[in-house]
Design a protein around this ligand. Structure first.
Ligand code: SOE
Length: 402
Protein backbone atom coordinates (compact mmCIF):
# COMPACT_ATOMS: atom_id res chain seq x y z
CA UNK A 1 0.00 0.00 0.00
CA UNK A 2 2.71 2.41 -0.97
CA UNK A 3 0.47 5.28 -1.70
CA UNK A 4 0.97 7.94 -4.28
CA UNK A 5 -1.00 10.09 -1.85
CA UNK A 6 1.57 10.00 0.91
CA UNK A 7 4.70 9.59 -1.25
CA UNK A 8 6.13 13.02 -1.82
CA UNK A 9 8.78 13.35 -4.50
CA UNK A 10 11.57 15.59 -3.27
CA UNK A 11 13.11 18.17 -5.57
CA UNK A 12 16.35 16.15 -5.53
CA UNK A 13 17.92 15.72 -8.98
CA UNK A 14 18.84 12.04 -8.59
CA UNK A 15 17.69 9.56 -11.24
CA UNK A 16 14.90 7.27 -10.07
CA UNK A 17 16.01 3.69 -9.61
CA UNK A 18 13.88 1.22 -11.49
CA UNK A 19 11.72 -0.91 -9.24
CA UNK A 20 12.60 -4.59 -9.32
CA UNK A 21 16.14 -4.02 -10.62
CA UNK A 22 17.93 -7.09 -9.21
CA UNK A 23 21.31 -5.31 -9.39
CA UNK A 24 20.45 -2.82 -6.68
CA UNK A 25 19.46 -2.95 -3.04
CA UNK A 26 16.91 -0.18 -2.63
CA UNK A 27 17.12 1.10 0.92
CA UNK A 28 14.46 3.08 2.75
CA UNK A 29 15.97 5.06 5.62
CA UNK A 30 13.84 5.95 8.64
CA UNK A 31 15.32 8.84 10.62
CA UNK A 32 17.53 11.68 9.45
CA UNK A 33 19.52 12.64 12.55
CA UNK A 34 23.22 12.05 13.19
CA UNK A 35 22.90 8.32 12.48
CA UNK A 36 20.76 8.94 9.40
CA UNK A 37 23.65 10.99 7.96
CA UNK A 38 26.20 8.30 8.88
CA UNK A 39 24.11 5.61 7.18
CA UNK A 40 23.20 7.68 4.09
CA UNK A 41 26.91 8.34 3.62
CA UNK A 42 27.66 4.61 3.96
CA UNK A 43 25.01 3.75 1.38
CA UNK A 44 26.69 6.13 -1.09
CA UNK A 45 30.25 5.12 -0.24
CA UNK A 46 29.78 1.33 -0.14
CA UNK A 47 28.42 1.34 -3.69
CA UNK A 48 31.33 3.39 -4.96
CA UNK A 49 34.20 1.59 -3.27
CA UNK A 50 33.07 -2.03 -2.98
CA UNK A 51 31.80 -4.34 -5.71
CA UNK A 52 29.00 -6.70 -4.72
CA UNK A 53 26.09 -8.28 -6.57
CA UNK A 54 23.70 -5.59 -5.39
CA UNK A 55 24.61 -1.89 -5.34
CA UNK A 56 23.01 -0.05 -2.40
CA UNK A 57 20.80 2.88 -3.33
CA UNK A 58 19.13 5.35 -0.99
CA UNK A 59 15.64 5.00 -2.44
CA UNK A 60 13.53 6.82 0.14
CA UNK A 61 13.92 8.60 3.44
CA UNK A 62 11.33 9.09 6.15
CA UNK A 63 11.08 11.62 8.96
CA UNK A 64 8.24 13.36 10.78
CA UNK A 65 9.14 16.89 9.69
CA UNK A 66 8.40 17.24 6.00
CA UNK A 67 10.65 20.27 5.67
CA UNK A 68 13.61 18.54 7.30
CA UNK A 69 13.14 15.26 5.46
CA UNK A 70 13.04 17.09 2.12
CA UNK A 71 16.21 18.96 3.02
CA UNK A 72 17.88 15.65 3.91
CA UNK A 73 16.68 14.00 0.69
CA UNK A 74 18.05 16.86 -1.39
CA UNK A 75 21.43 16.71 0.39
CA UNK A 76 21.72 12.96 -0.21
CA UNK A 77 20.11 12.80 -3.66
CA UNK A 78 17.33 10.60 -2.43
CA UNK A 79 14.41 10.53 -4.87
CA UNK A 80 11.54 9.86 -2.45
CA UNK A 81 10.41 11.15 0.92
CA UNK A 82 7.84 9.92 3.41
CA UNK A 83 6.59 11.36 6.67
CA UNK A 84 5.05 8.13 8.03
CA UNK A 85 7.37 5.16 8.56
CA UNK A 86 4.52 2.72 7.96
CA UNK A 87 4.15 4.02 4.43
CA UNK A 88 7.86 3.70 3.82
CA UNK A 89 7.95 0.12 5.07
CA UNK A 90 5.05 -0.80 2.77
CA UNK A 91 6.57 0.73 -0.40
CA UNK A 92 7.02 -1.92 -3.10
CA UNK A 93 10.16 -0.18 -4.42
CA UNK A 94 12.07 -0.77 -1.13
CA UNK A 95 14.12 -3.95 -0.59
CA UNK A 96 15.63 -3.11 2.81
CA UNK A 97 14.66 -0.77 5.62
CA UNK A 98 17.31 1.06 7.63
CA UNK A 99 15.96 1.85 11.11
CA UNK A 100 17.68 4.96 12.47
CA UNK A 101 15.06 5.94 15.01
CA UNK A 102 15.29 6.04 18.83
CA UNK A 103 15.48 2.66 20.55
CA UNK A 104 11.85 2.41 21.68
CA UNK A 105 10.62 2.15 18.07
CA UNK A 106 13.07 -0.49 16.77
CA UNK A 107 10.86 -3.47 17.59
CA UNK A 108 7.63 -2.12 16.12
CA UNK A 109 9.33 -1.06 12.90
CA UNK A 110 11.31 -4.30 12.58
CA UNK A 111 8.15 -6.41 13.00
CA UNK A 112 6.40 -4.32 10.33
CA UNK A 113 9.41 -4.90 8.03
CA UNK A 114 9.02 -8.65 8.50
CA UNK A 115 5.32 -8.37 7.63
CA UNK A 116 6.20 -6.52 4.42
CA UNK A 117 9.14 -8.86 3.64
CA UNK A 118 11.85 -6.21 3.84
CA UNK A 119 15.43 -6.90 4.84
CA UNK A 120 16.35 -4.94 7.98
CA UNK A 121 19.34 -2.81 8.92
CA UNK A 122 18.74 -1.66 12.49
CA UNK A 123 20.63 0.96 14.51
CA UNK A 124 22.13 -0.26 17.81
CA UNK A 125 21.15 -1.31 20.41
CA UNK A 126 18.79 -3.91 18.96
CA UNK A 127 15.91 -3.01 21.30
CA UNK A 128 14.96 -1.64 24.71
CA UNK A 129 15.74 -4.99 26.36
CA UNK A 130 16.24 -8.70 25.77
CA UNK A 131 12.51 -9.49 25.79
CA UNK A 132 11.91 -7.18 22.84
CA UNK A 133 15.14 -8.33 21.21
CA UNK A 134 14.13 -12.01 21.47
CA UNK A 135 10.78 -11.28 19.78
CA UNK A 136 12.64 -9.52 16.96
CA UNK A 137 15.05 -12.45 16.54
CA UNK A 138 12.16 -14.94 16.44
CA UNK A 139 10.38 -12.91 13.76
CA UNK A 140 13.37 -12.33 11.46
CA UNK A 141 14.65 -15.87 11.77
CA UNK A 142 11.23 -17.30 10.97
CA UNK A 143 11.00 -15.01 7.94
CA UNK A 144 14.50 -15.83 6.69
CA UNK A 145 15.01 -12.12 5.91
CA UNK A 146 18.63 -10.90 6.04
CA UNK A 147 19.24 -8.58 8.99
CA UNK A 148 22.01 -6.50 10.51
CA UNK A 149 22.54 -4.29 13.57
CA UNK A 150 24.84 -1.32 13.06
CA UNK A 151 27.58 -1.97 15.62
CA UNK A 152 30.06 -0.11 13.48
CA UNK A 153 33.39 -0.01 15.34
CA UNK A 154 34.31 -3.63 14.59
CA UNK A 155 34.63 -2.66 10.91
CA UNK A 156 37.52 -0.23 11.39
CA UNK A 157 40.64 -1.79 9.82
CA UNK A 158 42.61 -1.78 13.10
CA UNK A 159 39.74 -3.42 15.02
CA UNK A 160 39.19 -6.05 12.34
CA UNK A 161 42.93 -6.71 12.33
CA UNK A 162 42.77 -7.27 16.12
CA UNK A 163 39.95 -9.78 15.53
CA UNK A 164 41.98 -11.58 12.83
CA UNK A 165 45.11 -11.73 15.01
CA UNK A 166 43.19 -13.14 17.99
CA UNK A 167 41.37 -15.63 15.72
CA UNK A 168 44.72 -16.91 14.43
CA UNK A 169 45.55 -18.00 17.99
CA UNK A 170 48.81 -15.98 18.08
CA UNK A 171 48.04 -14.44 21.46
CA UNK A 172 47.95 -17.85 23.10
CA UNK A 173 45.72 -18.07 26.14
CA UNK A 174 43.83 -14.82 26.68
CA UNK A 175 43.94 -13.53 30.25
CA UNK A 176 42.48 -10.02 30.17
CA UNK A 177 40.15 -7.82 28.17
CA UNK A 178 39.52 -4.20 29.19
CA UNK A 179 37.46 -1.55 27.50
CA UNK A 180 36.35 2.03 28.14
CA UNK A 181 33.92 4.35 26.42
CA UNK A 182 34.15 7.82 27.94
CA UNK A 183 32.22 11.01 27.17
CA UNK A 184 31.46 14.27 28.99
CA UNK A 185 28.43 15.81 27.27
CA UNK A 186 25.80 15.40 30.03
CA UNK A 187 27.65 16.93 32.98
CA UNK A 188 25.54 20.11 33.09
CA UNK A 189 22.45 19.83 35.32
CA UNK A 190 20.75 22.34 32.97
CA UNK A 191 20.73 19.86 30.09
CA UNK A 192 17.14 18.69 29.58
CA UNK A 193 16.05 15.13 28.79
CA UNK A 194 13.80 14.03 25.92
CA UNK A 195 13.35 15.00 22.29
CA UNK A 196 15.87 15.16 19.45
CA UNK A 197 19.28 13.81 20.48
CA UNK A 198 18.37 14.11 24.18
CA UNK A 199 16.07 11.06 24.06
CA UNK A 200 19.26 9.25 25.07
CA UNK A 201 18.67 10.62 28.59
CA UNK A 202 15.05 9.41 28.73
CA UNK A 203 14.93 5.79 29.95
CA UNK A 204 11.49 5.15 28.41
CA UNK A 205 12.87 5.88 24.95
CA UNK A 206 16.49 4.74 25.33
CA UNK A 207 16.02 1.70 27.60
CA UNK A 208 19.18 2.56 29.51
CA UNK A 209 21.96 5.15 29.60
CA UNK A 210 25.61 4.46 28.89
CA UNK A 211 25.07 0.70 29.15
CA UNK A 212 22.93 0.42 26.01
CA UNK A 213 24.37 3.45 24.22
CA UNK A 214 28.11 3.09 24.73
CA UNK A 215 29.01 -0.14 26.55
CA UNK A 216 26.92 -2.02 24.00
CA UNK A 217 29.57 -1.04 21.42
CA UNK A 218 32.36 -2.30 23.69
CA UNK A 219 30.44 -5.53 24.34
CA UNK A 220 29.83 -6.15 20.64
CA UNK A 221 33.53 -5.76 19.85
CA UNK A 222 34.57 -7.83 22.86
CA UNK A 223 32.22 -10.72 22.06
CA UNK A 224 33.29 -10.66 18.42
CA UNK A 225 36.99 -10.76 19.26
CA UNK A 226 37.07 -12.75 22.49
CA UNK A 227 33.87 -14.82 22.51
CA UNK A 228 30.86 -14.94 24.80
CA UNK A 229 30.59 -13.22 28.18
CA UNK A 230 29.13 -15.59 30.77
CA UNK A 231 28.75 -13.49 33.94
CA UNK A 232 28.95 -9.87 35.07
CA UNK A 233 29.17 -7.87 38.25
CA UNK A 234 28.25 -4.20 37.81
CA UNK A 235 27.85 -0.83 39.43
CA UNK A 236 25.98 2.14 37.94
CA UNK A 237 25.38 5.73 39.02
CA UNK A 238 22.98 8.49 38.03
CA UNK A 239 24.71 11.70 39.04
CA UNK A 240 21.92 14.14 38.11
CA UNK A 241 18.70 12.81 39.59
CA UNK A 242 16.18 15.15 37.90
CA UNK A 243 16.12 16.99 34.60
CA UNK A 244 13.58 19.12 32.82
CA UNK A 245 11.80 17.01 30.19
CA UNK A 246 11.64 18.67 26.78
CA UNK A 247 8.29 17.08 25.90
CA UNK A 248 6.41 17.77 29.18
CA UNK A 249 8.19 20.98 30.23
CA UNK A 250 8.42 19.51 33.77
CA UNK A 251 11.30 18.37 35.96
CA UNK A 252 11.27 14.56 35.94
CA UNK A 253 13.40 11.87 37.57
CA UNK A 254 16.33 10.68 35.48
CA UNK A 255 16.14 6.90 35.18
CA UNK A 256 19.14 6.19 32.98
CA UNK A 257 22.62 5.17 34.14
CA UNK A 258 25.03 8.10 33.68
CA UNK A 259 28.01 5.85 34.41
CA UNK A 260 28.55 2.11 34.55
CA UNK A 261 31.49 -0.10 35.43
CA UNK A 262 31.43 -3.86 35.34
CA UNK A 263 33.62 -6.90 35.75
CA UNK A 264 33.02 -9.85 33.43
CA UNK A 265 34.08 -13.41 32.79
CA UNK A 266 34.36 -14.74 29.25
CA UNK A 267 33.63 -18.31 28.24
CA UNK A 268 37.33 -18.75 27.31
CA UNK A 269 38.33 -18.16 30.96
CA UNK A 270 39.59 -14.60 30.53
CA UNK A 271 38.35 -11.79 32.75
CA UNK A 272 37.39 -8.25 31.86
CA UNK A 273 36.87 -4.72 33.12
CA UNK A 274 34.48 -2.42 31.26
CA UNK A 275 33.80 1.24 32.09
CA UNK A 276 31.63 3.89 30.53
CA UNK A 277 30.49 7.34 31.58
CA UNK A 278 29.20 10.63 30.21
CA UNK A 279 30.94 12.42 33.11
CA UNK A 280 34.63 12.06 32.21
CA UNK A 281 35.44 15.75 31.72
CA UNK A 282 37.66 16.19 28.67
CA UNK A 283 36.63 13.00 26.87
CA UNK A 284 34.21 13.27 23.94
CA UNK A 285 34.18 9.71 22.61
CA UNK A 286 37.18 7.85 23.96
CA UNK A 287 36.62 4.22 23.11
CA UNK A 288 39.64 2.06 23.96
CA UNK A 289 40.28 -1.64 24.43
CA UNK A 290 43.25 -3.82 25.35
CA UNK A 291 43.68 -7.60 25.22
CA UNK A 292 46.46 -9.41 27.06
CA UNK A 293 47.38 -12.91 25.97
CA UNK A 294 50.12 -15.31 26.97
CA UNK A 295 52.39 -14.34 24.03
CA UNK A 296 51.10 -11.01 22.78
CA UNK A 297 48.98 -8.01 23.69
CA UNK A 298 46.89 -5.72 21.50
CA UNK A 299 45.47 -2.26 22.21
CA UNK A 300 43.29 0.19 20.28
CA UNK A 301 42.11 3.76 20.78
CA UNK A 302 39.31 5.42 18.79
CA UNK A 303 41.16 8.75 18.90
CA UNK A 304 43.95 7.18 16.86
CA UNK A 305 41.68 4.76 15.04
CA UNK A 306 43.99 3.74 12.21
CA UNK A 307 46.56 2.31 14.60
CA UNK A 308 46.68 -1.03 16.40
CA UNK A 309 49.21 -1.26 19.24
CA UNK A 310 50.94 -4.64 19.26
CA UNK A 311 53.31 -6.22 21.76
CA UNK A 312 55.09 -9.47 20.87
CA UNK A 313 56.91 -11.25 23.69
CA UNK A 314 58.55 -13.49 21.06
CA UNK A 315 60.84 -10.67 19.88
CA UNK A 316 64.41 -10.80 21.36
CA UNK A 317 64.44 -9.10 24.76
CA UNK A 318 66.62 -6.16 23.78
CA UNK A 319 64.23 -5.20 20.94
CA UNK A 320 60.98 -6.06 22.63
CA UNK A 321 58.37 -3.30 23.04
CA UNK A 322 55.00 -2.00 21.93
CA UNK A 323 54.80 -1.27 18.23
CA UNK A 324 52.16 0.73 16.46
CA UNK A 325 50.71 -0.71 13.25
CA UNK A 326 49.30 1.96 10.94
CA UNK A 327 46.48 -0.07 9.37
CA UNK A 328 46.37 1.75 6.05
CA UNK A 329 48.23 -0.71 3.85
CA UNK A 330 46.72 -2.86 1.14
CA UNK A 331 47.32 -5.85 3.43
CA UNK A 332 45.04 -4.44 6.11
CA UNK A 333 41.32 -5.17 6.26
CA UNK A 334 39.30 -2.90 3.92
CA UNK A 335 42.14 -0.34 3.55
CA UNK A 336 43.16 -1.43 0.05
CA UNK A 337 39.68 -0.58 -1.26
CA UNK A 338 40.18 3.11 -0.53
CA UNK A 339 43.32 5.16 -0.97
CA UNK A 340 47.04 4.42 -1.35
CA UNK A 341 49.04 3.06 1.63
CA UNK A 342 49.58 5.52 4.46
CA UNK A 343 46.43 7.59 3.88
CA UNK A 344 43.94 7.48 6.72
CA UNK A 345 40.36 6.30 7.05
CA UNK A 346 37.84 7.68 9.56
CA UNK A 347 34.77 6.93 11.65
CA UNK A 348 32.46 7.09 8.62
CA UNK A 349 34.26 4.27 6.81
CA UNK A 350 33.23 1.80 9.52
CA UNK A 351 29.60 2.08 8.37
CA UNK A 352 30.50 1.58 4.69
CA UNK A 353 32.46 -1.56 5.64
CA UNK A 354 29.53 -2.89 7.69
CA UNK A 355 27.17 -2.40 4.78
CA UNK A 356 29.68 -4.04 2.45
CA UNK A 357 29.80 -7.12 4.70
CA UNK A 358 26.00 -7.27 4.66
CA UNK A 359 25.90 -7.01 0.83
CA UNK A 360 28.61 -9.64 0.53
CA UNK A 361 26.54 -12.02 2.63
CA UNK A 362 23.63 -11.58 0.20
CA UNK A 363 25.99 -12.82 -2.53
CA UNK A 364 27.40 -15.64 -0.36
CA UNK A 365 24.74 -16.52 2.23
CA UNK A 366 26.67 -19.60 3.41
CA UNK A 367 29.95 -17.76 4.12
CA UNK A 368 30.84 -16.75 7.70
CA UNK A 369 29.09 -13.48 8.61
CA UNK A 370 31.49 -10.71 9.64
CA UNK A 371 28.67 -8.40 10.76
CA UNK A 372 26.38 -8.54 13.80
CA UNK A 373 22.95 -9.90 12.88
CA UNK A 374 19.91 -9.68 15.18
CA UNK A 375 20.90 -12.85 17.02
CA UNK A 376 24.42 -11.62 17.76
CA UNK A 377 22.98 -8.26 18.86
CA UNK A 378 20.54 -10.11 21.13
CA UNK A 379 23.57 -11.67 22.85
CA UNK A 380 24.92 -8.16 23.43
CA UNK A 381 21.50 -7.06 24.70
CA UNK A 382 21.50 -9.94 27.18
CA UNK A 383 24.89 -8.79 28.50
CA UNK A 384 23.50 -5.23 28.91
CA UNK A 385 20.42 -6.56 30.72
CA UNK A 386 22.62 -8.66 33.04
CA UNK A 387 24.80 -5.61 33.76
CA UNK A 388 21.77 -3.52 34.73
CA UNK A 389 20.34 -6.34 36.84
CA UNK A 390 23.65 -6.78 38.63
CA UNK A 391 23.86 -3.05 39.36
CA UNK A 392 20.29 -3.14 40.73
CA UNK A 393 20.73 -6.21 42.91
CA UNK A 394 24.39 -5.93 43.87
CA UNK A 395 24.85 -9.55 42.75
CA UNK A 396 26.89 -11.26 40.07
CA UNK A 397 24.53 -12.17 37.23
CA UNK A 398 24.80 -15.04 34.74
CA UNK A 399 24.30 -13.86 31.17
CA UNK A 400 21.44 -15.41 29.18
CA UNK A 401 22.40 -17.16 25.95
CA UNK A 402 21.09 -15.66 22.72
C1 SOE B 1 26.20 9.00 21.94
O1 SOE B 1 26.79 10.22 22.15
C2 SOE B 1 26.78 8.34 20.68
O2 SOE B 1 26.41 9.12 19.59
C3 SOE B 1 26.21 6.94 20.52
O3 SOE B 1 24.81 6.93 20.39
C4 SOE B 1 26.89 6.26 19.36
O4 SOE B 1 26.44 4.95 19.19
C5 SOE B 1 28.41 6.27 19.58
O5 SOE B 1 29.04 5.67 18.50
C6 SOE B 1 28.91 7.68 19.76
O6 SOE B 1 28.19 8.28 20.80
Amino acid sequence: MASKKTSKSAAAPAPRVTAGDGGTLRIGLIGYGFMGRAHANAIHQAGHFFRTGRRPVLQAVCGRSEEKVREFAAAWQCPNVETDWRTLVARPDIDAVDICTPNDSHMEIALACVKHRKMILCEKPLALDGTQGAAMVRAVEKSGLPNLVWYNYRFLPAVTLAKNIVASGELGKIFHYRANFLQDWTISADLPQGGAGLWRLDAKVAGSGVTGDLLAHCIDTARWINGDIVSVSAMTETFIKERMHNLTGKKQPVKIDDACAFLARFENGSMAVFESTRYARGHKALYTFEINGEHKSLAWDLHDLNRLSYFDHGVPGDRRGWSSIHCTDGDHPYAGRWWVPGLCLGYEHSFAHGLYEFLRSLDQPKAEKRFPDFRHALGTQHVCDAVLESARTGKTVKVKRA
